[in-house]
Design a protein around this ligand. Sequence first.
Ligand code: UTP
Ligand code: MN
Ligand code: MN
Length: 458
Amino acid sequence: MNLKEILKKIKPDEKEEKDMKSLINELLKVAKENEEIYPMICGSVSKDTWLSNKNEIDLFLIFNPMVSKKKLEEDGLRIAKNIVSKLKGKYTIAYSEHPYLRASIKWKERTYQIDIVPAYNIEDPEKIKSAVDRTPHHVRFIKQNLKNTDDVRLLKQFCIANKIYGADVKTQGFSGYLCELLILYFKDFNNLVKNASKWRAGVIITFDKTLDQNFILNKFKTPLIVIDPIDKNRNVSAAVSTEVFYRFVKTCKEFVDRPRKDFFFPPKAKPYSISKISNEMERRGTKWHMIKFKKPDVTEDILYPQMRRFVNTLEKIFNENDFKVLRKDFWINDECIVLFEMKNWIVPKIDKKIGPSVYSKHAENFLKHYKNKNIFIENNKWVVEVERKFSESTSLLQSILKKTQKELMESGVPSKIAPLLQKSQLLIDRDIIKAISSLPEDFRVFMKEWFEKNLNIV
Ligand code: UTP
Ligand code: MN
Ligand code: MN
């Protein structure tokens, strides 16, 4: 396999480069009409690490740090809107730490996405006012230090193909800047991948050899720690989850063992057939619960963390009632689906609670509290038999889903999900199989991944 061939497909050609440059010049020209700011192109386009057909520009509007936060937000948006209207584009307002504009502009037979971000000009990167103020420092650092930009492109494409590109809360993966630093550190793509194929959680990468490793390990608790060369208090790979880290390690290992094009351009995943899913479910002998509900009208940045929290809340409630979960996950498309595979779904109607020692001063209270129950002694402790409310996980779930919005939120169900549960559907075992036939094919890809999930890296 030849990496040059991959590069040919992902590196912008002369024409694309020329069109991009001309739009950038136009943007800078229009932006410079505002005396209050100076414009700076801050994304991968300025670092020469952008991918063909990405058509995305990060335009920063840099303000004097004396300007108040409120004024920066107001004027930033106003100037940004002005730039967009002069180039006849459309926009939406997006939020990270403060609002910025996400514009779409037609230019030479392509549509470009322009992120217009107001930020402060702060000389010392350790004294920034908001996270975006670091970005201009990142750009200068990469421009000065990174030569091998083509291998960053390879790494980005490798991550995209394996669905781990992006530090957003949905992906929990590798940002563009992280890719740049990894190539800078390991010199080239092949060397990075060779090293990463042997990584185990607790990898530290720092450009400053004087930093103390123990200080770093105590300060940052992520599987991969990459100390920002412009700010030692920041971990550039803070967003990378443990699962994504090991998915990267495993993919690198597979690539080293047998390099091939598929790692950059993966063939479309083949979904499981319904009968295969049905057979697998039966073979595992587990019990399956599916909750299906309307997708709330919120951004992915809100929905994904809320879905993760919802799944964890339900598992906690299962545990409190002595039911045990084997696996759990969720899937989002036009609707939201939460899936639980249970390892323990029936418990006896009778439960026993172990009370205080017979010598304890709390013993009398315990006896009074349970005076209508059968009580006995085990190992010098009072023990009581009580009836459970739920002896099947199904009926527990049914009762949860019938709760009011207020009750749900009190039990820890996130705010955007709670209002949708009254109209949700609860499906069990065979009903799930039936429901799958009316779900998009992607759900059967999700089930394939469920059954084949394997992060074995030895
Ligand atoms: P991007 O996500 O566009 O990354 O953010 P990139 O380096 O240009 O890579 P690709 O090729 O587009 O994927 C550009 C810079 O702007 C900052 C990021 O930290 C990054 O350094 N940024 C952007 C923010 O900090 N906040 C935002 O809301 C947007
Ligand atoms: Mn970008
Ligand atoms: Mn961007």
